[in-house]
Design a protein around this ligand. Structure first.
Ligand SMILES: [Zn+2]
Length: 196
């Protein structure tokens, strides 16, 4: 059995000072790096996803609010525009060499890393995991209540054993994070912390 770590969307726009900041985003970036330093040997593969949108006026299939204010449920302010500083990984996130990069949301509203495409080679995240004979995945990153949850649910749906390391995530709001974690638990995703 091999385990992978999936680092979801730890990008500047989702951290403090970014276009769609999550409180605790920068702290999660540092904590994920510390976890990787301590547990690199536990993972056969590390993957990192990035939201990678087209700039306004492209709505990215309704993901960006174009007419009126975003509702922060299904429409959002412009964020993570491809190749922008906001789309870059937070500087406190240190990824090992060989990390598999995934871009998602190119002109679309992708929440799950499994909806994206590998960077620099054909294929998607599920294919990369299977090629590495991964059967178990740990999911961390931003935001708990949106892309982390969507990625974890898709991993479960693809047949992987899934854990979310909750102390290495941060959510948009407490109420939606609790609802998301409840849904994950009911779907067979294990909720644990990175510390025993
Ligand atoms: Zn997005």
């Amino acid at each position: 059995m091999a385990r992978a770590l999936i680092v979801v969307d730890v990008q500047n726009d989702f951290c403090e000072g970014g276009a769609l900041a999550v409180v605790g985003g920068a702290a999660a970036a540092g904590a994920i790096s510390a976890h990787l330093d301590a547990h690199a040997a536990d993972y056969a593969l590390v993957a990192a996803t990035a939201d990678w949108h087209e700039p306004l006026p492209d709505s990215n299939d309704g993901h960006f609010a174009v007419d009126g204010a975003p509702d922060y449920v299904s429409t959002w302010p412009e964020h993570c525009v491809r190749d922008s500083a906001g789309a870059s990984f937070h500087p406190d996130l240190r990824l090992p060499s060989g990390t598999v990069l995934v871009h998602k949301g190119q002109g679309r509203q992708d929440y799950s890393g499994f909806a994206g495409q590998l960077v620099g080679r054909p294929g998607d995240l599920a294919a990369a995991l299977r090629a590495a004979e991964v059967t178990e995945v740990d999911v961390v990153g931003l935001a708990t209540d949106h892309c982390v949850t969507a990625t974890a649910l898709d991993a479960r749906g693809a047949g992987f054993a899934v854990r979310v390391l909750t102390d290495l995530t941060a959510g948009v709001s407490t109420s939606t994070s609790i609802a998301a974690l409840t849904r994950l638990h009911r779907s067979g995703v294990e909720l644990v912390t990175s510390q025993p």
